[in-house]
Ligand binder design. Structure first.
Ligand SMILES: [Zn+2]
Length: 424
């Protein structure tokens, strides 16, 4: 290192400008990349950001941008705050479509809004005083630096609700954009120190924002890690592979030998709460797997391709609210197709499906759980989700009383719909 230093050429002014510009552009690109990722997640409703916070953040950054410009920040140093102000206002408006823009309720939010408005008034005041010659140029400069310090303090205050909310609801935030933004502020810090015009007060903003963004990334990341650990404890991850199926289209195949009773995998995906009101609706989402009262999982992974069979080798159980695990009901050899009896996870009276599974027990037309022949149902136990077991037991009790099948009340169904039994 000493050797390197002693031979290093002094960096010329032009070089420094080039380095400053490269870091400045990098900071802007990273900033926008973080926002694009964030806005896309918010648009898909995978994140529920607070629109009020984002618009306030955009306002605070715009104020800072103007004062930094006035305090001698170079163009390279202003790329990031410009990108940040425009993007956060855009994100605020995207989120506004999902949750209403409200007047800040929480003390921290209000404090930060009032502080920003007060600082805007103070800054406007310095121009008025300069115009009326009550303030000299040097005094105006000193006032700008003082306001810049206060704006940075206000940025910290603005961040407090974000830190609190992320701590309370870590799933509302995703660590990746925050990590990218941390890198963007690091690049801005490097832009600032590589500039020949750098001043200590221009370094406050990148350093502070880098630490604050890193804190949000760390808080939300901690929970992602905790979730992954929790799932791993519950999930003995058997290998499953999607591939072409003889039953229908693509199917799920065992990637290793699995013993009867072993947990194969969690069904991961989006939880859907929905009331089907017509047969068309009931048939429109064949991939959904029922988990409870008007609740389904729309599988995100391989289980999207899990085919039905009237002689299945896997069952589904719910081990916690909205948490479903696929379990082997028989010994399964590597390469075997995994099949589930769809009737065990469905109680929508509108739902039915023609079946050509080829099993000796094929029911030809497959309908909801209450249509399962009792011996077939009992053969599946305990690998039927608790909710559907309850529906089946209730219908059996009804059958025992009056000898007929009463339609289950597992959804808000239209009165009078018939519930034909399959031939079994
Ligand atoms: Zn069948």
């Amino acid at each position: 290192m000493r050797f390197y230093r002693s031979h290093r050429q002094p960096i010329s002014g032009t070089h420094r400008l080039a380095v400053e510009l490269v870091f400045g552009i990098l900071s802007g690109v990273l900033q926008v990349a973080g926002y694009l990722y964030y806005a896309n997640k918010a648009r898909k409703r995978e994140l529920e950001p607070n629109s009020t916070s984002w618009i306030m953040w955009g306002y605070g950054t715009s104020l800072l941008l103007v004062i930094e410009l006035d305090s001698g920040a170079t163009a390279a140093m202003l790329i990031l705050p410009t990108a940040c102000a425009l993007s956060s206002i855009a994100v605020g408006f995207i989120c506004w479509q999902h949750n209403t823009l409200r007047w800040p309720k929480e003390t921290w939010e209000r404090t930060s809004l009032y502080t920003d408005l007060m600082l805007t008034a103070m800054y406007a005041g310095t121009w008025v005083l300069l115009g009326t010659s009550l303030l000299s140029d040097t005094q105006k400069e000193a006032a700008d630096i003082a306001i810049l310090v206060l704006v940075n303090l206000s940025t910290f205050v603005t961040f407090i609700p974000m830190l609190i909310n992320t701590w309370r609801e870590p799933r509302n935030e995703n660590p990746w954009p925050w990590t990218v933004w941390t890198a963007a502020y690091l690049a801005l810090g490097l832009t600032t120190v590589s500039s020949p015009e750098w001043k200590w007060y221009l370094l406050m903003y990148p350093v502070e924002c880098m630490l604050l963004h890193a804190a949000v990334a760390w808080i939300s990341r901690r929970h992602v890690l905790a979730d992954a650990q929790r799932i791993e404890v519950q999930q003995p991850m058997k290998r499953v592979i999607a591939g072409p199926s003889r039953i229908n289209g693509r199917g799920v195949f065992a990637g290793e030998d699995i013993n009867a009773g072993e947990r194969i995998r969690h069904v991961e995906g989006t939880i859907i709460s929905h009331i089907n009101t017509s047969k068309e609706e009931s048939l429109s989402n064949p991939d959904w797997i029922g988990i409870g009262h008007n609740r389904w999982i729309d599988p995100a992974g391989t289980f999207k391709f899990l085919n039905h069979s009237c002689g299945p080798n896997v069952g589904a159980v719910t081990i916690a609210a909205d948490t479903m695990v696929i379990i082997a009901m028989k010994d399964i050899e590597k390469g075997d197709e995994l099949t589930l009896d769809y009737s065990t996870t469905e109680c929508d009276p509108h739902w039915e499906m023609a079946c050509t599974c080829g099993s000796v027990r094929c029911r030809k037309i497959v309908r909801s759980i209450f249509t399962l022949p009792i011996e077939q149902y009992e053969g599946y136990l305990p690998y039927v989700p608790k909710y559907f077991q309850a529906v089946y037991e209730r219908e059996n009790a009804n059958k025992r009383i009056d000898g007929s099948v009463t339609p289950p009340l597992c959804e808000e169904r239209k009165a009078g719909a018939s519930t034909p039994r399959s031939s079994g």
